[in-house]
Design a protein around this ligand. Sequence first.
Ligand code: FMN
Length: 391
Amino acid sequence: MAGASALNSDPDRLLFAYWVPNVSGGLVISKIPQKTSWDLKSNLRYAQTAERVGFEYALTQIRFTASYGAANQHESISFSQAILQGTEKLKVIAALLPGPWNPVVAAKQIASIDHYSEGRIAVNIVSGWFKGEFTAIGEWWLDHAERYRRSKEFMQCLRGIWTAPEDGGFTFAGDFYRFRNYRLSPKPVQKPHPEIFQGGNSDDARNNGAEVSDWYFMNGNDLEGFRTQIQDVKARAAKVGRENQVRFAVNGFVIVRETEAEAVRVLQEIQGKADAEAVNAFHSAVQTAGASTSNKQGMWASSTFNDLVQYNDGFKTKLIGTKEQVAERIVLLKSLGVNLVLTAFLHYEEEIEQFGRDVLPLVRELEAQGRGKDTAFEIEQSGAVYRKQTP
Ligand SMILES: Cc1cc2nc3c(=O)[nH]c(=O)nc-3n(C[C@H](O)[C@H](O)[C@H](O)COP(=O)(O)O)c2cc1C
């Protein structure tokens, strides 16, 4: 197997990340047995495997309380730091929730972690969808637009604090946060600053993607769903002079087996053994969240029961089949403008390694042949699967 550095030498390559299972129950709301653990020791093993086989990012989750599964949750910043200490190359994207965090604590914490890890931390600013969580911890449940307005200021403050000139410091007068000549020292190692991710599907999330974040994260979706979001966020970014400054990341749950039929059977088993009560409760929470957005197009607005067995609609991306099929579909995503694929697996114990061994080199081969650039050609190759109900 080619080493990870040989695999990842092309500057135009697609990047790969995986969801860190720092909450219990894995990444599906199902009673199917999973070889996936949420403790630190197991996660260090997953992270070390991931960086060895060519993953470049890992994403931790932030949750303060159980929600539809996920009975136990480790905190994202400290967990990210622990993973960084046990790895050498992997970048870890730590989730931050405005409200419990304010920007000065976050900027200071992340700048320090950037030093400890020699420039390997990034952040994902989440805006919240789970009212029960906010209520449980005494946080105001702002309406959707206001949550995103606060997140926008949060990201402006992070960027401002991290990059403010030594002489003047950072000054900001917002509706949520205020700073006067604040000087952060040390500044982060990464220049201009650690990468800022945020995601969603609503108008509010798209505007924040266009106006303030470096990355726009999308839930699983079909081709049209990805294509329209990417084009829309790019157009919004161009309007504020940020053309080509936003990159795109998509979520996809990966099931690679010897045959497509076998992979589909695993999907059906995951969905067939869904924890119905938890999925239905999750369904009603996220549909309320989706419907409360101004355009009624929040993430999960049209998700079915079966979609929601994976928290972030990851089955819709259809990375389910043989290694060749999955590699082909991944280059199709690249041709739509996707820069990073965020993966999750049923059995982390085995499947991170398998993905790095079986799928990643195929993607790199296709990229080396110039694939992943011509959308019409890629749709002709492997687009049909996205028009079918099942993979
Ligand atoms: C890749 C990704 C990761 C996310 N991680 C978290 C998380 O760890 N904790 C959380 O509360 N919300 C998380 N979210 C949810 C978002 O912050 C937001 O609430 C959701 O995208 C709803 O978006 P919308 O209503 O704007 O469409 C995540 C979303 C995406 C796409």
